[in-house]
Write a protein that binds this ligand. Structure first.
Ligand code: SAM
Length: 330
């Protein structure tokens, strides 16, 4: 498997990544409430912790999406109906879901060029270990941001393209950003290309709360890892013992929200920024949204962004939907 690092080719230095990280920390910590971009979750430690979260019984989305993909993996090649296909996966993670989709095509004798894209190099190495080689499978992994990766790999052939955006990653964007993201995707793709997008559906609050507060404490460790990153990469002096994880459902916004709460009044110094930040007792640091959807939201999103819904694939309990869309330009 070949792996390209587009962010380094584009930015040409790890220093620029660090500078961007410090700017984002500064901007986030000067906002009210304080916040930090979720894209910084996935360093090597974060990617390994995320893998543990997905394997925990409280975290239903991965388990349920697996069941759906297992059920539909032979349907998708029939719908796309081509002897060769380019599959581009945005935020591929450890590749366990990708393998199911690839199996569907390969078992049906279809040649696949697979382009997993992930901001995390660690995730790409986990994926490399997961995906089984096959004579009809070419893999070219890309370490980089979604769209810089997509632009890098697109149009290498005239095969139909299938973009995978699984795991309800779309739920990390708010309800305005998600339209911007999908419209940008539409713009890059050609008429008749496909996208399979995973959406976590609205459901009983206790089930969602448990998923984002797993009993093993992996989610807590995953969130605290952001503070550890600031300590090691930007010279911060966060005491991780003085923050607690808080994951809750906001029924007005229709999504899960993740926070770290400062358990006492404290000042934290960040040497790269040459300044300290005051955290009041129980002050929240907002880390992530995971918006939840109704099937009508999914129809609305596809309509607004220029895709035709081919089919919503769901599970027995209607917990999750993988929705297959086709790009409509004519
Ligand atoms: C929630 S995980 C989902 C992984 C996998 N798709 C799944 O469904 O299990 C999100 C993945 O997207 C990657 N990611 C997050 N933000 C990204 C970005 N801006 N560009 C590229 N990858 C990103 C992370 O490194 C992580 O592997």
């Amino acid at each position: 498997m070949k792996i390209s690092k587009v962010s380094q080719e584009v930015n040409n230095s790890a220093n620029q990544d660090r500078e961007q990280f410090s700017i984002d920390v500064l901007t986030g910590f000067c906002s009210t409430p304080k916040n930090l971009s979720a894209k910084y979750f996935y360093d090597d430690i974060g990617s390994e912790l995320f893998q543990k979260i997905t394997q925990h019984e409280d975290y239903y989305p991965t388990r349920i999406e697996f069941q759906i993909l297992e059920k539909i993996k032979n349907n998708i090649p029939k719908i796309i109906a081509s002897k060769e296909v380019d599959i581009i996966e945005l935020g591929a993670g450890d590749g366990h879901k990708s393998q199911l989709i690839l199996d569907g095509f390969l078992d049906n004798g279809i040649k696949v060029n697979f382009y997993p894209i992930d901001i995390s190099e660690k995730a790409m190495h986990l994926l490399e270990k997961t995906i089984r080689p096959h004579k009809n499978l070419e893999i070219h992994g890309v370490v980089g941001e979604y769209f810089e990766g997509l632009r890098f790999v697109r149009g290498k052939s005239s095969n139909p393209e299938l973009v995978l955006f699984l795991g309800s990653n779309i739920g990390n964007f708010d309800r305005v950003q998600n339209q911007g993201f999908l419209r940008k995707l539409w713009k890059i793709l050609d008429d008749g290309d496909f996208a399979l997008v995973g959406f976590d559906l609205k459901k009983n609050v206790d089930i969602m709360i448990a998923a984002y507060n797993d009993s093993a404490g992996y989610t807590k460790a995953f969130n605290l890892n952001l503070l550890r990153r600031i300590n090691t990469e930007l010279g911060g002096n966060f005491d991780l013992e003085k923050f607690e994880h808080f994951g809750t459902y906001n029924p007005v916004k229709g999504g899960m929200e993740s926070y770290l709460l400062s358990t006492e009044k404290q000042n934290v110094y960040i040497s790269d920024l040459q300044r300290s930040f005051f955290f009041d007792k129980m002050e929240p640091l907002h880390l992530e949204y995971s918006f939840k959807f109704l099937e009508s939201d999914i129809d609305f999103l596809s309509e607004q962004t220029g895709f035709d819904v081919i089919q919503h694939f769901t599970d027995d309990r209607n917990y999750f939907v993988d929705s297959l869309w086709k790009v409509k330009k004519k």
